[in-house]
Write a new protein. Structure first.
Length: 207
C-alpha cells in the first residue's frame, strides 16, 4: 500500500472525527511516512512500518474524548427544517431517557467490573497481612519456648504466603483482562459515533 492509499483508508476509518482533528491526524501520519522514506525506506515499506490501518484508527479513537465524538455526531450538517425541530422536541421524552439509560448501563458495567477487581486485590492484601501476623505469632511463640504452637503458626504463615503469591498472578491477569475489556467497550461505544463513510482529506485537499 502506498502513502496515498493509506491516508485515504485511514480518513475513511476516522470519518466521525471533527474535520480539524482528522486533518491533524492525517498530517501526522503523512509526516511519519515521509520521515521513514527519508531514512531510506521505500514508500510501501514506510507505510508497512507504521502498522495496519485498524491499529492506527483504534489508537486514535481511543485517544479521542467521547464527548468530542458525540458533539461531532449530533452536530447538524445542514440547517434543520421546522418540522425536523418539532419532531426532535416531540421525541425528546422518548430518546432522552433511552440515552440516559444507555449511559447508566454502561457506567454500571464499568463500576461492577472494577469493583470486583478492587475487591479481589483487597482480599490479596488481607492474605499478606494475615501471613505477616502468623509470622509474628510464630516468632513470639518461639521466643516464649512453645515450639509446637510456633510450628503451627509458621505452617499457617507459609500457606497464606504461598496462596497470596499464587493469587497475585491470577489477580494481575484478571486486572489486565478487565483493562482490556473496558478499553474494548469504550472503543466500541466511540465506534458507534463514527460515520460509515466520510470525506477524504489528503495532502491538504478534500473530496
Amino acid at each position: 500500500m502506498n502513502k496515498q492509499d493509506f491516508l485515504k483508508e485511514l480518513s475513511r476509518a476516522l470519518s466521525g472525527l471533527p474535520r480539524e482533528d482528522l486533518e491533524e491526524r492525517l498530517a501526522f501520519y503523512s509526516e511519519m511516512i515521509d520521515d521513514r522514506m527519508e531514512d531510506g525506506l521505500s514508500e510501501e515499506e514506510a507505510v508497512a512500518d507504521i502498522g495496519s490501518i485498524d491499529e492506527a484508527a483504534s489508537q486514535i479513537i481511543a485517544e479521542t474524548p467521547l464527548p468530542k465524538l458525540v458533539r461531532e455526531r449530533i452536530r447538524p450538517k445542514r440547517k434543520m427544517q421546522g418540522w425536523e425541530i418539532v419532531l426532535l422536541i416531540l421525541g425528546f421524552p422518548l430518546w432522552f431517557p433511552l440515552m440516559i439509560a444507555a449511559m447508566v448501563i454502561l457506567l454500571s458495567v464499568y463500576i461492577v467490573i472494577w469493583t470486583v477487581i478492587i475487591s479481589l486485590w483487597g482480599a490479596e492484601i488481607s492474605l499478606i497481612i494475615s501471613a505477616a501476623a502468623f509470622f509474628a505469632a510464630f516468632a513470639v511463640r518461639l521466643i516464649q519456648g512453645d515450639p509446637t504452637q510456633a510450628l503451627l503458626f509458621l505452617s499457617g504463615a507459609l500457606v497464606l504466603m504461598g496462596l497470596s503469591i499464587l493469587l497475585f498472578f491470577a489477580f494481575r491477569a484478571l486486572t489486565r483482562g478487565a483493562a482490556w475489556l473496558t478499553g474494548k467497550i469504550a472503543l466500541g461505544v466511540k465506534g458507534l459515533f463514527l460515520k460509515k463513510q466520510g470525506y477524504d482529506t489528503i495532502e491538504g485537499g478534500s473530496k
